[in-house]
Design a protein around this ligand. Structure first.
Ligand code: PLP
Length: 492
């Protein structure tokens, strides 16, 4: 990003948008910057080790009165913003769920911004609607789901789950759509005690109240216990509580455990309850033939969410909601005001009918680019490699004194714990201190969770740049941090 003449700067701030030649030059600079960033991000600290407020302190509190030259804006981006980031696209980002904004995904996202189309209804951008139908159907085929599953793209799994549960609510109370839930008997949505908080948030948003969420106990492998589920539903029906939906998780947030969906489907059908499967993280693994058995039974669900922005190399945001009862989804949300009516509305899909938001970004473009660039073979190879790396790391953990695997390894996120034999509280503190040390070193980024009442360290592998060497490096960092923590003793 080079120094520029005064006249160049003036051209940047003239009335109207940035001129085409200026745009071209800055776009080339930005493209070069992105290519360099992607090639060298692994040399940056993953986590910036700053105190809250550090970035605000470096930037003016008031907006500029006059437009600023783009060079200055880009310089601040490079010198202030980038050093203040936790780099999710870094090969040693192992926190939350590790993800990748892949090259083709980034190109798709850039073009989406340039086009700026809004896929509310078919005519507001026909290709955006039709590409969303096509890409979600391609992904359905890759996942091995039957054609009855109709896909739409939302921003996040939180929205997808909310929309699925809204449809389930209207099915459970056929007049709720007209009258609301006032005067209705209480209802409940069931999910395991390992389910993501988005399920409980959806329950709250849908007006079922906190007591409308029923946490079902999980077993020693953090999988929902189907007998406990059936017992809870039976007890609720006897007590006059209406079962609204069951949410099973394939790839839980804390330990990537897989609920026994085949058995849960039986419970759902016994009681006639909507089954939603949260495969936001795990779903992508269904593309890999040897992992497909982990998804046994999910074809029997009413709705499924899979997030390409988690483990399918698509930049945030991109969440696909599949529904085998799309009419119920549309029934829950469709309101067509006069100004959005069109002659083709009976024959073409109106994406605005599938959720709360009217405006819809053209998210299908980046997913289409990703699916075409990698193809089935490329996706299978990448996911398979992540799972292999997770197993390699799990093997090292199992062989190490004082370290233990806390949950079975099915996918590419593992839960581990350092346990020098101290009192439980002291060990919990030790695990948190280890994470803090590793993160502050900038070598790798990790996050924690609590499983069976104990603090554990999660290591999630999901970046396309992550290699065996990166995994070896985080394991070395963990052991080094543990040695220091052990030497410091039990007190913080
Ligand atoms: N479901 C599971 C299992 C998750 O782990 C997460 C987030 O990590 C979500 C849902 C929510 O995803 P989103 O951020 O797309 O709303």
């Amino acid at each position: 990003m080079t120094e520029r003449s005064e006249s160049d700067r003036e051209a940047d701030v003239s009335v109207g948008d940035m001129g085409p030649e200026h745009f071209r030059r800055h776009a080339h600079e930005v493209a070069d910057w992105m290519a360099d960033y992607l090639a060298t991000v692994g040399d940056l600290p993953v986590f910036p080790d700053l105190e809250p407020g550090a970035i605000r302190d470096l930037l003016p509190e008031e907006p500029p009165d006059e437009g600023e030259p783009m060079d200055r804006v880009l310089a601040d981006f490079r010198d202030v913003v980038v050093p203040g980031l936790t780099h999710w696209n870094h090969p040693r980002f192992f926190g939350y769920f590790a993800i990748t904004a892949s090259g083709p995904g980034i190109l798709g996202e850039m073009l989406t911004a340039a086009l700026n189309v809004n896929a509310m209804v078919w005519r507001s951008s026909p290709a955006a609607t039709e590409l969303e139908e096509l890409t979600t159907d391609w992904l359905r085929q890759l996942l091995g789901l039957p054609p009855e599953f109709d896909g739409v793209i939302n921003d996040t799994a939180s929205s997808s789950t909310l929309y699925a549960l809204a449809a389930a609510r209207d099915v459970a109370w056929p007049d709720a759509h007209e009258r609301g839930l006032f005067g209705c008997a209480p209802g409940r949505v069931y999910a395991s005690d390992q389910a993501h908080s988005s399920v409980e948030k959806a329950v709250l948003t849908l007006g079922l109240g906190r007591s409308g969420f029923g946490a079902i106990r999980s077993d020693g492998e953090f999988r929902m216990d189907p007998d406990a589920l059936a017992e809870a539903i039976r007890g609720d029906i006897e007590a006059g509580v209406r079962p609204v939906a069951i949410v099973a998780t394939l790839g839980t947030t804390s330990s990537a455990s897989m609920d026994p969906v085949a058995e849960i489907v039986q419970v759902a059908s016994e009681f006639g309850v909507w089954l939603h499967v949260d495969a936001a993280y795990g779903g992508a693994a269904a593309i890999v033939p040897e992992l497909a058995p982990l998804f046994d039974g999910w074809r029997g669900a009413d709705s499924i969410v899979v997030n390409p922005h988690k483990w399918l190399f698509t930049p945030i945001d991109c969440s696909v909601l599949y529904c085998r009862r799309p009419a119920d989804l549309v029934g829950a949300f469709s309101i067509v005001p006069e100004y959005l009516k069109s002659s083709e509305q009976a024959s073409a899909r109106s994406l605005m009918d599938y959720g709360v938001s009217l405006g819809r970004r053209f998210r299908a473009l980046k997913l289409w680019f990703v699916l075409r660039h990698f193809g089935r073979g490329g996706l299978v190879a990448a996911i398979r490699e992540h799972v292999r790396l997770a197993r390699v790391l799990a093997g090292w953990v199992e062989q190490a004194d004082d370290w233990a695997l806390v949950a079975p390894v099915h996918l590419a996120t593992i839960a581990v714990r350092f346990g020098p034999g101290w009192a439980p509280d002291a060990e919990d503190r030790a695990n948190r201190r280890i994470i803090e040390r590793v993160n502050r070193s900038g070598e790798a980024f990790l996050t924690h969770t609590v499983l069976a009442g104990r603090t554990v360290i999660r290591v999630s592998i999901g970046n396309l740049k992550t290699t065996h060497a990166d995994v070896a490096r985080v394991w070395a960092s963990l052991r080094r941090a543990a040695d220091i923590v052990r030497a410091e003793g039990e007190t913080p």
